[in-house]
Design a protein around this ligand. Structure first.
Ligand code: PLP
Length: 395
């Protein structure tokens, strides 16, 4: 039987900080999934991105909004946040009194806009349509409002998601929106998102060239420019260029625009800051041949694997002895009764893995906990901190 939720949370809280993942397993012997946050890795990721990016770094909260994750990023120096809903804005403004939230969702409810503006002091709003611009100006009155126009960018082969398929104004409309926002007394800006886990750095320079065409067409001087997220992570099946290459392309793209030095430049990284800052401990509840039944799956922390082909390093942890050095491919079945709840890619694990063993799955900090459902009564909610090197970096 699983521990009741309250007692398991209390148990994890008592020992929130551990030297390494093995100590977590020894102390908790968890029959429930446990997220292992690596504050040192998260801090390093944030510091590195901030030191390389020529502008202000906004963390994309949706990627992993856990309070412990936000705290570590704040400690590393992140003060600006890409938010998309009132609860995200409230979380940032109430947790960090000097944290800045930006409303980066192109479609917002009227009451939400009004509350964001009046209660939480939000001044930056993204729009991609004239009706949305009207709505934002109606609800805020427009004083000190900065309207950031989200552009449609072409689909990118090298990205895992095409985020511009749902949002973004085409070129002519974007220029018109900029002119309309300017005419109504707002500061203006432009934003795009090339798609998450984008393996091609040149895409950013191309998007910035499009920004230049729109600025010229609109005849408006923007006060800010936002290059979005999409910076990739080196998953086990993903060879990606170094972050420096992305920054080179962005710098070259910005230089070609010859903007005034006062123009603020933003990026909104999510995945690249947090993915390898968390691993997940799951337990094997049954082995059937090459099939393992574990206590987390596609309705819990591992849903992104069902959407796109991501492979993460994983290793077996056993308390009463060593697991075999020989590995074999195993299918991981999630805990819900749904037959879809099976991870699509096999995992290479110790060939003698058995019931009661734990598996540490690495690089699950992004779009994991944030996407978990409560389907069938399973919900990953335990977070601890660990200070060992993550398996992905030990390879
Ligand atoms: C999701 C999202 C991000 C973060 O994207 P990553 O690919 O995780 O870096 C940034 N900006 C916007 C507008 C988003 O929707």
């Amino acid at each position: 039987m699983e521990l009741a939720s309250a007692s398991r949370t209390a148990k994890a809280k008592d020992h929130r900080s551990f030297q390494d993942v093995a100590s977590v397993v020894m102390a908790l012997e968890p029959s429930y999934p446990v997220f292992c946050l690596r504050p040192e890795v998260l801090e390093e990721n944030a510091r590195r991105f901030m030191s390389l990016f020529p502008g202000t770094v906004l963390y994309a909260v949706k990627c992993n909004p856990h309070p412990m994750v936000l705290d570590v990023l704040y400690r590393a120096g992140i003060r600006h946040f890409d938010t998309a809903s009132l609860p995200e804005i409230a979380q940032i403004r109430e947790t960090f009194p000097n944290g800045h939230a930006y409303f980066m969702h192109p479609v917002k409810g009227r009451a939400v806009i009004k509350n964001a503006y009046t209660v939480y002091g939000i001044r930056h709003f993204v729009v991609d349509h004239m009706s949305e611009l009207d709505k934002v100006l109606d609800e805020t009155g427009g004083e000190n409002v900065v309207i950031i126009v989200r552009l449609h960018t072409p689909p990118v082969q090298a990205a895992l998601y095409h985020l511009a398929s749902k949002f973004g104004a085409p070129k002519d409309e974007a220029a018109e929106l900029l002119r309309a926002a300017k005419a109504r007394g707002c500061g203006t800006g432009l934003a795009f998102h090339v798609g998450s886990q984008c393996a091609d750095p040149t895409v950013y320079r191309k998007a910035l060239a499009l920004v230049g065409e729109i600025i010229e067409q609109a005849g408006v001087d923007p006060i800010c420019l936002d290059v979005g997220g999409g910076f990739p992570v080196a998953y086990a099946n993903a060879e990606v260029p170094p972050l420096e290459d992305y920054m080179d392309e962005i710098r070259a793209g910005l230089k070609a625009l010859a903007l005034k030095p006062t123009v603020e430049i933003f990026a909104e990284p999510g995945r690249v800051l947090v993915a390898d800052g968390c691993s997940l401990i799951v337990q094997v509840q049954l082995r059937k041949g090459e099939g393992l039944y574990i206590n987390d799956g596609i309705y819990g922390s591992l849903s992104e694997m069902a959407q796109v082909d991501l492979r993460m390093p994983a290793r077996v942890i056993r308390l009463d002895g060593e697991a075999s050095d020989e590995t074999r491919a195993f299918t991981l079945n999630g805990p819900t009764c749904d037959s879809l709840d099976v991870l699509p890619a096999a995992f290479d694990l110790a060939e003698d893995v058995r019931e009661g063993d734990w598996i540490e799955i690495d690089q699950v900090g992004a779009y994991s906990f944030a996407l978990a459902t409560r389907f069938n009564g399973f919900y990953p909610e335990t977070f601890v901190e660990v200070y060992d090197a993550p398996p992905a970096r030990a390879r």
